[in-house]
Ligand binder design. Sequence first.
Ligand code: HEC
Length: 133
Amino acid sequence: MRFCKIVALVVVAATGLFVVACGSDQPDSGTTTTSAGSADGADLYNQSCAKCHGVDLRGTAKGPSHLSIVYKSDHHSDDSFRSAARNGVGAHHWDFGDMQPVEGLSDADIDAIIAYVRTVQEREGFEDYPPAP
Ligand code: HEC
């Protein structure tokens, strides 16, 4: 229970939205297998994407910012996120190198990650591309 509370607080702090009912059983997501047992997009993003794309989504030395205007949904659709997670992606916008496929995510996990990214994009707005020096 305590862990749930902490997760809930982190989610509220991170997104400003309470998107997950912690402890609810999710009948349709039997394939969800995260250690926390939840399909929360922020947690999944932090586990699977943040080491390259940053906990604040603003990128690291290993990967680009998802708040760059190139990752707006009209240029990188939700399907391009699905494909990147499933198949990886060759370097083409940046000099970080290729992105490898990310293992161990269900379709529901990836959808939750995309929803989280879109929420943060909407809240924070976009950075220029190419980035200002
Ligand atoms: C090991 C580092 C690494 C991890 C982990 C990682 N990425 Fe990436 N990702 C990259 C790099 C590097 C690029 C930039 C490729 C380029 O030059 O356009 C990228 C690009 C992308 C793109 C753009 C795809 C395109 O079509 O241009 C998306 C979307 C993306 N990542 C989503 C994710 C998601 C979602 C996760 C977590 C499930 C994730 N990435 C995890 C390194 C990573």
